[in-house]
Design a protein around this ligand. Structure first.
Ligand code: HEM
Length: 184
């Protein structure tokens, strides 16, 4: 079946997300673990979002989305981005896969896959994958430092990783949609 013949998962996001949660084995116990450890993670929200954007600024391929015409970091845009990323992290930690939330995820996906950001253009998908790896590393680091029992920390990191890759699946959906001009 060609990709064009297959109904796009964006047509029923709740179903897509539920199916992906089942596929990665994101069970009730994982959801409970994520909600229980959320306050520990959110306590470090500023450090996590700051580290991610500092990382983006270290690589020219990602830095170009956050610098002004003079080549210096665009502080205002970075602050806006950290704020949006913080909101995403807070909402993520609730694991409330409501209609509104799954379409919020799809909107985030489209703002990376379909919107042009100056000469940098759209955000290449490999950096969405890389960014999610950075998020996983940051969350795992917090859990390791905050939970005294290493086994508990590992179990919590495993649960968060499952959830973050379900999100990544949604973000990658944007790249499977036809470009704007080819729709309608
Ligand atoms: C884990 C991966 C990521 C998450 C969760 C994330 C989250 C977000 C969110 C929630 C928004 C706001 C969306 C909106 O207002 O419509 C946003 C916008 C944006 N993101 Fe990301 N992002 C990620 C990765 C990246 C990467 C890798 C880049 C570039 C290297 C990037 C660049 C941008 C830009 C340029 C905008 C819009 C900036 C603006 O309007 O000023 N993001 N992101």
């Amino acid at each position: 079946m060609s990709p064009a013949e297959r109904a796009h998962p964006g047509a029923d996001m709740e179903r897509f997300v539920r199916a992906q949660m089942a596929f990665v084995g994101l069970a009730e116990a994982d959801i409970e673990t994520i909600r229980r450890t959320a306050p520990l993670v959110l306590e470090h929200e500023a450090a996590i979002t700051g580290a991610l954007y500092d990382h983006f600024l270290r690589f020219p391929e990602t830095a170009k989305f956050f610098v002004g015409d003079d080549g210096a970091p665009d502080v205002q845009r970075l602050e806006r981005r950290k704020h949006s990323l913080g909101r995403w992290l807070r909402e993520t930690s609730e694991v409330a896969m409501t209609h509104g939330f799954v379409y919020y995820l799809l909107a985030i996906a489209l703002s990376h896959s379909h919107r042009e950001y100056g000469p940098g253009g759209k955000i290449p998908p490999e950096f969405m994958v890389g960014a999610m790896s950075l998020a996983q590393t940051a969350v795992a680091g917090v859990l390791r430092d905050e939970l005294r029992d290493p086994r508990e920390a590992l179990e919590a990191a495993v649960a968060w990783n499952k959830l973050l890759l379900v999100h990544l699946n949604v973000f990658l959906l944007g790249y499977l949609l036809p470009p704007r001009e080819a729709r309608d």
